[in-house]
Design a protein around this ligand. Structure first.
Ligand SMILES: [Zn+2]
Length: 1060
């Protein structure tokens, strides 16, 4: 029986929060009822452990290997496919959280009991531990899903910095926050199944489990389902269990500042990183916890913060970014992360940070800016409201924290989630209060500083050691020993991979998709957005717009009326308005636009600091993006979020940002330095290099997406950075020209998503300031507007004739390979093949589906999926973090041929039940794409206007995909997918480690491609190449290990670009 502990309505957002607890078993349940399409569940287990064995993390994986009633690996994923749902899990230092995300309550309710059975009755077999945790395979290589995952993470500088800091803070007091719950490699090598089961029994108890549900929950059905589950759980013991962490004694507090330097492997030794960790107030002290958070925000975030001004906004910056992370442990923990600090300056930067803190906490020095602090507090208050409205599942995190450390009577839950009064309290604090608070928590408190120094010899050593280890293992085991291990692995795999009986799957019926409530909005248009041939029928919102001058304004204005306390203004611009020669300078105009001085009409000049402060005050977010909703990449979207009360003043601010900024040589120098510093990270990242190579090859210099690409613009940025000191006007005059051609009324589509009844003068606010400032341009009809450019319009010669070419980019910093194989696809948004193509691809890409099993399951690659991108008119096969690039292509080809019915060796049929799952995924993708009012409105404009699919686009698509037949699926496979695997019709781009490039090149030539090796000179990004000259047949060691089964933690929805 679940008994109500507390219930309340928060004072800052709609929806009820309630908590129940079973007094018999101790099971806890927290609900946040919210009107939205998705239900998000978090099932939390507190994980206090005093070693680095990784038991919590290994369990997180093992739970998904099957339960007593459902002893089948991957069952939750397979059922999730059918029921519009996703499952996942993460392990942190103090908690493991299992998540279930479903479109609609019915789906969630159907899966919940199956999921919970996995948590309380997992099989935890020896064979599952063997394959999932750690083993040595028949070739003497160390494998295991958890082991490989931790191997990839172990040398990451952030993970290493946190590890060292936690040891310094907690280890001597034997506090569990010191533990690496993910598991250290050495500990995982010796971890036994018995130890994991023992940990399971000690902590996976009903009184250490809390379910948190957020979304359109049916309360009585929920209580019925959870009570039925609770009835199956055992009674609490007579002597009550110790509560993890809370009953484990005092958390140790640091007595003096400790500094720890460590090395991380990196071939580029020029810059390292620095982390400072402070201990904060008790987690239930909401006022002081919030105060410290906003204080660090004040000190470290934004271009005008003291840290930025001292370290970044200077000649020769001392770091590229400062990030703040907080940990809600019983005693809170705050980390400041300074990235890309020049290696020789690491110690110096540490002292500078201490100086900045000291100076700011000194009342007499009067450095503290109370006005800015109050702006930040108000913005944080608005963001708390916005988060609760738009991303309510983030509140589940706070609920889990309360389960871990709050009072069992619900009082801390209510004070933490019921009100955001703290922001009003903090807004009253004086300078003296803030500086005293700062002295108390930051200046006079000791901290831990970890200095991460790059080491190329360590990088080399790690590689050699790994090889040496395999060599030794092989020698020790000999042929026979290895064969035995291979046998053992095969047996374990066989036991794990029991087929899920069809009976079980067919018993589980897919819920009715119409029960999922998609978010609706009402469209209204004004000015040139009003289309004479399709007038918007007289809705009250349209009347409101018309009544405010909507018919005559010379501006494109599209409104979506939604239920929200916020307003989103997006301005969509075409890069085609800027001439080809000036296009590369567009990114500098956009990059500098939000922190450049403004000259007002009366001649007064606002400094860049004042501009940044104004933006902080007026908006909850601002910025710009290339492309609209990750589509139409030849457009730019300038984006502001605000409360409706600020509508008019933000419009005025936008006009100033567009037409009244004064380009300033110092600010431009800072921007160029920053862009160049950030390039270092991009050059190391395989995916960035891949995307840049594709753009540089397939797009012409007329492309805005290419001009925006950082790696492609490196040469220009360097030239400008050299030039600007000598002759700033040369650059500034170009920027002026860009601005004149780009920010014109005939190049703008203004979108406003808001509760329209809350906007004062929705149309005339634009007429007054904005249209006037724009310089009296006359536009009368849609015909005067710049068209929305398509990628198809800006292709290079190469891009126009895909086929026969392969490009290999060797990159020393990547261990695994990344690949994109592409051919022409449909490019009309109303192409009749789109529904069938969408279902076929959804089918192939399913979790536990054909590509998943055939490629990921075979250890060829971590991720592999096929997309149809309609905007550029391409079908793309992507492979991410591959061990075997060409092997992945061949496996995908075999799968495609089998489903297209043209294979000589195997035939696969599209199965009805799985087609249902494929359609389910399309439904839940649409629901999650429109997860809140703003994203639903954004999607509607994309579908209706940009893609021209009409007002009912999503409803039509859902109708069409349900009617797709097997014959149609086979047909689209033949016509659209098979050409991918025909070298005459497809082109391929590969980023790989240099040791692999020759082998891949030979294999691709064999497939019929003409290969360009290193066309962009990426191999020379550092000089590490020679070290691998001693490579032997063990080359594959250079490849990242690939998990051969579902890794719940890192499943990323890489296919979210799918054009549905
Ligand atoms: Zn994991």
């Amino acid at each position: 029986m679940m008994e109500l502990v507390v219930e309340f309505e928060p004072d800052y957002t709609s929806g009820k929060i309630a908590k129940w607890r079973s007094s018999r078993t101790g099971l806890q349940l927290i609900m946040f009822q919210k009107d939205r399409p998705m239900v998000d569940g978090s099932f939390a287990v507190a994980t206090e452990i005093h070693d680095d064995s990784g038991c919590p993390h290994t369990l997180e994986h093992l739970i998904f290997m099957g339960s007593k009633n459902y002893p089948y690996k991957g069952l939750l994923d397979t059922l999730g496919n059918k029921a519009f749902s996703n499952t996942n899990a993460t392990t942190e230092t103090d908690v493991t959280r299992y998540t279930l995300e479903s479109a609609g309550w019915q789906s969630f309710r159907a899966l919940l009991p199956v999921y919970l059975d996995h948590l309380v009755h997992p099989t935890l077999t020896d064979s599952a531990c063997y394959t999932e945790v750690y083993h040595v395979d028949g070739e003497g290589k160390e494998k295991g899903v958890v082991f490989s995952e931790m191997q990839a993470a172990e040398n990451d500088p952030i993970s290493m910095a946190i590890f060292h800091a936690h040891k310094l803070l907690y280890e001597s007091a034997n506090c569990a926050y010191a533990s690496e719950t993910g598991g250290l490699l050495n500990a995982l090598r010796v971890l036994t199944a018995d130890r994991i089961r023992e940990f399971y029994h000690s902590l996976y108890r009903s009184d250490n489990l809390c379910l948190v549900l957020v979304g359109p929950v049916d309360e009585s059905e929920m209580l019925e389902t959870v009570s039925a589950f609770d009835d199956t759980l055992p009674d609490l013991p007579k002597v009550s269990n110790k509560r993890p962490f809370v009953d484990s004694g005092e958390i140790p507090l640091l007595e003096k500042t400790l500094v720890k330097k460590f090395f991380f492997p990196d071939t580029d030794e020029s810059s390292g990183h620095l982390m400072l960790v402070f201990q904060g107030p008790n987690v239930n002290d909401h006022l002081n916890v919030t105060a410290l958070y906003v204080l660090l925000n004040y000190l470290c975030v934004s271009d005008v913060s003291p840290m930025h001004k001292r370290l970044i906004e200077i000649d020769d910056p001392l770091c590229s970014e400062v990030d703040v992370f907080d940990e809600s442990y019983l005693v809170t923990e705050y980390s400041l992360w300074y990235s890309n600090v020049p290696t020789s300056e690491l110690e110096n930067v540490h002292s500078i940070i201490e100086e900045v803190l000291q100076a700011h906490s000194d009342d007499a020095r009067r450095e503290f800016d109370l006005v800015r602090m109050r702006d930040i507090i108000e913005r944080e208050r608005l963001l708390a409201i916005q988060t609760a409205e738009m991303y309510p599942s983030t509140l589940a995190r706070s609920a889990v924290t309360d389960f871990l450390y709050g009072n069992l009577d619900g009082s801390t839950l209510k004070s933490g989630l019921g009100t955001i009064k703290v922001y009003y309290d903090l807004a009253q604090w004086s300078i003296e209060q803030w500086t005293a608070f700062m002295r108390m928590w930051l200046v006079n408190r000791p901290h831990v500083a970890t200095l991460a120094e790059p080491s190329s010899s360590l990088a080399k050593k790690i590689r050699i050691d790994a090889k040496e280890r395999v060599r030794t293992t092989r020698q020790e085991l000999g042929k026979e020993g290895l064969a035995k291990l291979e046998e053992k692995l095969q047996a374990a795999n066989e036991e794990n991979e029991r087929k899920i009986p069809d009976r079980l799957l067919s018993e589980f019926t897919t819920p009715d998709p119409t029960s999922i409530k998609l978010i609706e909005s009402t469209t209204a248009t004004a000015g040139t957005a009003r289309s004479p041939d399709a007038p918007v029928s007289g809705n009250t919102i349209q009347e409101l717009v018309d009544g405010d001058g909507g018919e005559t304004i010379p501006l494109y204005l599209h409104f979506e009326h939604v239920t929200s306390s916020f307003c989103s203004i997006k301005i969509l611009l075409s890069t085609s308005a800027v001439s080809e020669e000036l296009l590369p300078f567009l990114k500098i105009v956009l990059g500098s636009m939000y922190s450049t001085p403004i000259e007002l009409e009366d001649g007064t000049v606002l400094s860049y600091e004042e501009v940044v402060n104004t933006l902080t005050r007026e908006t909850t977010s601002y910025g710009y993006l290339t492309g609209y909703n990750r589509d139409f990449n030849e457009t730019i979207v300038i984006d502001f979020e605000l409360v409706p009360e600020r509508y008019e003043s933000v419009i005025e601010l936008i006009s100033q940002l567009m037409w009244r900024t004064k380009f300033d040589p110092t600010r431009l120098q800072v921007l160029l330095d920053k862009l160049l510093l950030e390039l270092a990270d991009q050059k190391r990242d395989g995916n960035s290099v891949l995307q840049s190579a594709i753009k540089q090859t397939l797009l012409s210099s007329r492309s805005g997406a290419l001009a925006d690409d950082e790696l492609a613009s490196e040469k220009l940025l360097k030239e400008l950075s050299d030039q600007i000191e000598r002759d700033p006007m040369q650059l500034i005059s170009k920027l002026e020209l860009v601005r004149q051609s780009f920010f014109t009324l005939n190049n703008m589509r203004v979108l406003v998503f808001s509760d329209m009844t809350r906007l004062q003068r929705p149309v005339s606010s634009w007429a007054r300031k904005f249209v006037k400032e724009s310089g009296k341009m006359v536009i009368e009809s849609t015909a005067d507007l710049h068209g929305i450019p398509r990628t198809l319009d800006v292709l290079s010669d190469e891009g126009k004739s895909l086929g026969g070419k392969a490009y290999i980019m060797p990159l020393p910093s990547t261990e695994s390979s990344h690949m994109s194989l592409m051919t022409n696809g449909p490019s009309k948004f109303n192409d009749r093949d789109i529904p069938a193509l969408t279902v076929a691809l959804s089918y192939l890409n399913l979790v536990e589906g054909p590509l998943w099993r055939g490629i990921r399951g075979a250890g060829l690659s971590y991720g592999a999926w096929i997309q149809a991108l309609i905007e550029p008119g391409r079908i793309v096969f992507r492979v991410d973090r591959a061990a075997e690039v060409v092997g992945s292509i061949e496996a995908a080809r075999a799968i495609a041929e089998a489903y297209a019915g043209v294979s000589t060796s195997a035939t696969e049929e599209f199965e009805g039940m799985i087609i249902e799952s494929a359609v389910s995924i399309i439904v839940s993708d649409i629901a999650s794409d429109g997860i809140n009012a703003m994203s639903a409105a954004e999607r509607k404009f994309l579908q209706q206007v940009l893609r021209g699919r009409g007002r009912q686009a999503d409803q039509d698509l859902l109708e069409q995909v349900r009617q797709v037949t097997k014959t149609q699926l086979v047909d689209v496979m033949r016509r659209w997918i098979l050409p991918l695997f025909d070298a005459r019709k497809s082109s391929v781009f590969v980023v790989c480690n240099p040791v692999k490039s020759l082998e891949i090149s030979v294999a691709l030539e064999k497939l019929g491609y003409s290969v360009s090796l290193d066309p962009f000179d990426t191999a020379s990004l550092d000089d590490e190449n020679d070290e691998d000259s001693d490579e032997d047949e063990d080359e594959s060691e250079a490849s990242e290990e690939v998990d051969s089964s579902s890794d719940e933690e890192e499943d990323s929805d890489d296919d979210d670009d799918d054009d549905i």
